[in-house]
Design a protein around this ligand. Structure first.
Ligand code: DGL
Length: 268
């Protein structure tokens, strides 16, 4: 079991930002990544649909004998309690609680800003996770165009800047003005530079990828699940267009993905 891979899934390629942090923190582990590219985006869909998709994605990973599942998608993390129950005793980790923890570590009393998909904002998962730990005020803003922009490689320049102003200026003008801004969607780290410029240097940006990797490392150590043999190659699965997955995935993964290593699977 210890040498089994770690499964990660997302609606598409954004979760590769989390896999990148995990692979860096845990170089002795093998990862299986699944992107549900046929049904992306999850962010505009209802919580019931997203929970159903998340369960199918998680089952595709458990069928491949993973030892742990990471939901590398903020929107799909709405299904965390449901997946934890359905897959028990297999550990399942989401990105929202680690993100909330990192935001409070950066600004213990807040105010905390959260930018995310429409589904994550409406579902209020960050507000709940932050308020479970602190009374810090939370202000939220959905940024739906950021996902297609990141996938088109439109991560900087005048168009990216104009869209970022449109979403972020009203958020920053609100009372209370956030000191910390959580990038509450795994696609958003690709737009980090433009977001940082628009909100200004006095706002700390929080990306849940690194702290999620810390949480996974802690869990593996606590449960004696760390791999003892050198890992095999990582595998990538998607539900549509493997070539596009490999090409666009590089924006998020930060290194080349061999198109031959991406396999198309059917989740239904
Ligand atoms: N990666 C998803 C998230 O973190 C956003 C993309 C989508 O809408 O499917 O919320």
């Amino acid at each position: 079991m210890n040498n089994a891979p770690i499964g990660i899934f997302d609606s598409g390629m954004g979760g590769l930002t989390v896999m990148r942090a995990l692979a860096k923190k845990l170089p002795g582990e093998q990862f299986l990544y699944l992107g549900d590219t046929a049904r992306l985006p999850y962010g505009t869909k209802s919580a019931d649909t997203v929970r159903r998709y998340a369960l199918q994605a998680a089952h595709a990973l458990t069928r491949r004998d993973v030892k742990l599942v990471v939901i590398a998608c903020n929107t799909a993390s709405v299904g965390l309690p449901y997946l934890q129950e359905a897959l028990a005793p297999l550990p399942v980790i989401g990105v929202i609680e680690p993100g909330a923890e990192a935001a409070l570590a950066a600004a213990p009393g807040g105010p905390i800003g959260v930018i995310a998909t429409e589904g994550t904002v409406k579902g209020g998962a960050y507000v709940r996770a932050i308020h479970a730990l602190s009374a810090a005020p939370v202000v939220q803003q959905a940024c739906p165009l950021f996902v297609p922009m990141a996938e088109e490689g439109l991560t900087d320049g005048p168009i990216a800047e104009a869209v970022a102003h449109r979403y972020l200026d009203p958020l920053m003008a609100r009372l209370p003005r956030p000191k910390v801004l959580v990038l509450g969607c795994t696609h958003y780290p690709a737009l980090k530079n433009v977001i940082a410029r628009v909100v200004g240097p006095d706002v700390t940006l929080v990306d849940s990828a690194a702290i999620t990797a810390d949480v996974v490392a802690r869990l593996l150590a606590e449960r004696g699940l760390a791999a003892s043999e050198s890992p095999g190659a990582h595998h990538f699965y998607c539900t549509d267009a493997p070539d596009r997955f490999a090409r666009v995935g590089e924006i998020f993964f930060g290194s080349q993905i061999d198109p031959g290593a991406v396999e198309q699977v059917d989740l239904q």
